[in-house]
Design a protein around this ligand. Structure first.
Ligand code: C2O
Ligand code: CU
Length: 459
């Protein structure tokens, strides 16, 4: 039988190159590609025994497969679109080659149903990233299309377990179906976005994972929610924050039990399991009351060691260029619109778009700003709305250098920053990645209703 299984293709040598695998075009590539289908599937998002939920997922599961590569290795993904609408993959947080950024109409054509696209790139930074479509993301991500992308350090700090925890907020009907009727509703678009009613970790309503006393754990948290800001607490352990948005935070940063992740943000934590056998470390969402998301239960088996490990836990910083204010390009981004900020309170009575950046709704013909390659860019962002927004810049990480209202200025590199209602901040980055890059709110209904624009970096 000359047909190839997926395994053959994954293991694929040159011999596989020109054959057709079960209707899938095999690849003529020197390095084997990972095939990823975007397609319908189902997930047990509610407690066992309750109905399952029809989802869209990479490989039909949500979250999709965790993609892991080593720093310096290339990622080679053959996306096949089995959805009823066009799609793409955006590699969130990767300082990527612009052609691989996955933004329809800006960096590539959307991948039509039945068609495929090869994403090939070498991520420059180790860290915790994620991938999701950038076509109708308010629908496709909300239906479950997302997954984690882990770029491992060449010499990772010691950890017994490296746990990827992808958190998502779903809006389901009472019988577990995806809530279709409210998809892209005027209310969600003009208010907080599509807030859900079921929170899952790795697609489970209550994650359980075994750990052993004195183990060291690395937790990689991803907020894949379409609109939900997560305030997370880790109970029964003291964790150190080691990275934000994939970038190391430096050895002095600590974490005091309360971590806020806007949609799109990630955090890496390191901790030692100190509790007695039978106890648990609990991950909880504490924005309103306390909702338990998952539990790491300390097993009763004997530990491999008699005390916690002494290995250092800090990460080496990645090689990002430090912004320098001399000759910087000064840009402004004024965020306006939405409910409760217009004199007409009946905002949802009119059709969208409901939001603007500098008075323009959606992707204009002209970039918001154009920078020379290597130029430092300062963007003064002002949230003149009554809502929080999770502002994401493609292709670059930035620092916050000024912030109104006494908001804390962290020495981190972010790719997505949560802005409070009425907040102002100035961010700074070196525009060292040529191409056309989006800026948008990662509350995906806001993005769909006007909160997206782009900037250009010269070659
Ligand atoms: Cu995670 Cu433009 O998106
Ligand atoms: Cu927003």
């Amino acid at each position: 039988d000359p047909r190839l299984t997926r395994r053959d293709v994954l293991a694929g040598g040159g011999a596989a190159a020109l054959l057709i695998a079960g209707g899938r075009p095999a690849l003529a590539l020197s390095t084997p590609a990972t095939l990823i289908e975007a397609r319908a599937g189902s997930a047990q998002l509610l407690a066992p025994g309750k109905p399952s939920t029809p989802v869209w997922g990479f490989e039909g599961i949500s979250p999709g497969p965790v993609l892991r590569v080593k720093q310096g290795d290339s990622l080679n993904v053959h996306l096949i679109n089995r959805l009823p609408q066009p799609t793409t993959i955006h590699w969130h947080g990767i300082r990527i080659d612009n052609r691989m950024d996955g933004v329809p109409h800006l960096t590539q054509h959307a991948v039509e149903p039945g068609a495929s696209f090869d994403y090939r790139f070498t991520p420059p930074d180790p860290g915790t990233f994620w991938y999701h479509p950038h076509e109708r993301s308010y629908e496709q991500v909300a239906r479950g299309l997302f997954g984690a992308l882990i770029v491992e350090e060449r010499e990772p700090p010691f950890a017994d377990q490296d746990l990827v925890l992808v958190i998502n907020d779903w809006r389901l009907t009472g019988d577990g179906a995806f809530h279709e009727k409210s998809l892209g509703s005027a209310h969600d678009q003009s208010h907080a976005g599509r807030l859900g009613n079921v929170l899952t970790v790795n697609g489970k309503p209550s994650l359980e994972h075994p750990v052993v006393r004195f183990e060291r754990l690395r937790l990689r948290l991803v907020n894949a929610s379409s609109a939900r800001v997560l305030r997370l607490a880790l109970e029964g352990a003291t964790a150190r924050l080691i990275a934000i948005d994939g970038q190391p935070v430096g050895p002095t940063s600590s974490y005091s039990g309360d971590l806020v992740l806007g949609p799109g943000n990630r955090a890496d934590l390191m901790l030692d399991v100190l509790g007695e056998p039978g106890s648990a470390i609990v991950l909880a969402e504490i924005s309103k009351g306390r909702l338990e998301l998952g539990r790491l239960t300390v097993g009763r088996q004997a530990s491999a060691r008699a005390e916690p490990v002494a290995a250092p836990i800090a990460l080496r910083p990645n090689l990002l260029s430090e912004p320098s204010p001399a000759n910087a390009l000064d840009a402004a981004l004024l965020m306006e619109g939405g409910a409760m900020s217009e004199t007409d309170m009946a905002v949802t009575k009119r059709p969208g778009p409901y939001w603007t950046f500098n008075g323009v709704a959606g992707m204009g013909e002209q970039p918001l700003f154009a920078a020379r390659r290597g130029q430092t860019v300062l963007v003064g962002m002002r949230n003149a709305t009554a809502w929080p927004h999770s502002m994401h810049y493609h292709g670059h990480h930035f620092r916050v250098i000024a912030r109104s209202g006494g908001g804390r200025i962290d020495p981190y590199w972010w790719d997505t920053i949560l802005m409070a209602p009425r907040e102002e901040m100035t961010i700074a980055f070196v525009a060292d990645n040529p191409g056309k890059w989006m800026i948008h709110c990662h509350m995906l209904d806001h993005q769909a209703a006007g909160m997206d624009t782009w900037f250009e970096v010269g070659g």
